[in-house]
Design a protein around this ligand. Structure first.
Ligand SMILES: C[S@@+](CC[C@H](N)C(=O)[O-])C[C@H]1O[C@@H](n2cnc3c(N)ncnc32)[C@H](O)[C@@H]1O
Length: 99
């Protein structure tokens, strides 16, 4: 990122299942691309309550029959818990917009 002049972004190497998302400023946007059921579910659970109204999370791989299965199941479970509508765009991106 530094080589390409990206200065307002930092990367954190971590296991999302154990990372303390409370240490971050609440995000207004998140692209979640961790492929599998457990990490997708953990991030959605860790972030959802902290999101401001209008915040958007986009979950990649929300499609049946992909090589790494589970993102769609985690997405559906979490939107179900919060009574949110299912919105899959471009065939595989699960969108969550915090009311
Ligand atoms: C499809 S790749 C993401 C690619 C990325 N969006 C990009 O454009 O470079 C999925 C990534 O999720 C990571 N991943 C899976 N489980 C994880 C976890 N528990 N914590 C952190 N990363 C995880 C994998 O290591 C892998 O690099």
């Amino acid at each position: 990122m530094a080589l390409n002049g990206v200065t307002r972004t930092r990367s954190v190497q971590a296991d999302v299942n154990t990372y303390d998302f409370g240490a971050l400023e609440a995000p207004s946007f998140c692209l979640l691309d961790v492929d599998l059921y457990r990490p997708v579910r953990s991030v959605l659970e860790a972030l959802y309550d902290r999101l401001p109204s209008g915040a958007i999370i986009v979950v990649d791989d929300c499609k049946d029959g992909v090589a790494f299965d589970g993102a769609l199941q985690a997405y559906r479970e979490v939107i179900g818990l919060h009574g949110l509508p299912e919105r899959i765009v471009h065939g595989k991106l699960g969108v969550i917009e915090k009311p």
